[in-house]
Ligand binder design. Structure first.
Ligand code: UTP
Length: 293
């Protein structure tokens, strides 16, 4: 029987240099889109996909993330005294159940592949999800839930969220060499990290949602440094091609690169427009600015 994806890894050990100075003392995963930190969107997406255990791979200066997912008794009692029940409930709901969260340090930011490897002992011998909080996705059905559903249809294996990017941007992403396509799924025949557009095998880019089999760990253990002198997850994944089913999934939804200033600003506008409580005011603001351009 297909093993359920029960655990998710959240690598939050990066330095976030593209977002300095905001990220000098604050992790980029705590940047709020509208009123919620990026990492909370990621955890909620995982929960919606049936994830039961949450593993954060952190680094120095990231303890604020632990506090965010903990109870805050002072705040809770003040909200309760002031009869702010709805806010209180929202706050309580955002805290994962006791015993379901684990933190492990990536002592040096050696790359995404290394961050995932750090979670090896906590993941154990079962399939798991990886979510990069700075890739925020606005979708009717959350992206990871789309992936877990699709994975059941192909009998498990590795699955990556993919999307088409402008050809001149291939050097910013892991790019897929596509095989057979069926519906939203594309067989992965090859993977290249950040190829020059002249050599890119397609315009299909891997974005920050993965479902991986645990046999990635021994590969990561011996993985040499790749692009940017970092231990790349994409490089390790490419050595698994040809084994278990390996698919890219063209998810439904819009992805925003919130590790980048423009992507982050766009996400704030899009998420505010999509909200019942803010959409109409936000539309007026956007229209006002657009008419002055
Ligand atoms: P990025 O490529 O966005 O790197 O990492 P970064 O260091 O966070 O940001 P910039 O490029 O300097 O602005 C993609 C994801 O992988 C995590 C990051 O936290 C982010 O979620 N990551 C990256 C780690 O956890 N550890 C690393 O060593 C590198």
């Amino acid at each position: 029987m297909l093993k359920k994806v029960r655990k998710a890894v959240f690598p939050v050990g990066g330095l976030g240099t593209r977002f300095l100075p905001a990220t000098k003392a604050m992790p980029k995963e705590m940047l709020p889109v509208v009123d919620k930190p990026l990492i909370q969107y990621a955890v909620e997406e995982a929960r919606d996909a049936g994830i039961e255990e949450f593993i954060f791979v952190t680094g120095r200066g990231k303890t604020i993330i632990e506090d965010h997912f903990d109870r805050s008794y002072e705040l809770e009692s003040v909200l309760s005294e002031r009869s702010k029940e709805e806010l209180l409930k929202e706050l309580m709901d955002s805290v994962p159940n006791a015993g379901t969260v684990a933190y492990i340090r990536q002592q040096e930011p050696l790359g995404l592949g290394h961050a995932v490897w750090c979670a090896k002992r906590l993941v154990g011998n079962e399939p798991f999800a990886v979510i990069l909080a700075d890739d925020l996705i606005l979708a009717k059905t959350p992206c990871l839930a789309q992936m877990t559903a699709a994975r059941e249809g192909v009998g498990g294996g590795n699955m990556l969220a993919v999307m088409k990017v402008p050809h001149e941007h291939t050097s910013r992403y892991g790019i897929l060499s596509p095989g057979k396509e069926e519906g939203a799924l594309v067989e992965v025949e090859g993977l290249v990290e950040k190829p020059n557009p002249a050599f890119a095998p397609s315009d299909l880019a891997v974005i920050g949602r993965y479902i991986l089999e645990p046999n990635i760990f021994p590969v990561l253990e011996n993985q040499d440094r790749g692009a940017g002198n970092e231990i790349q997850l994409t490089d390790a994944l490419s050595s698994l091609i040809g084994g278990d089913p390996f698919n890219g999934m063209k998810f439904e939804g819009t992805r925003f690169d919130c590790g980048d200033k423009i992507g982050f600003l766009e996400a704030n506008i899009a998420f505010a427009l999509s909200r019942e409580d803010l959409g109409s005011d936000m539309k007026d603001i956007v229209t006002k600015f657009a008419s002055n351009l």
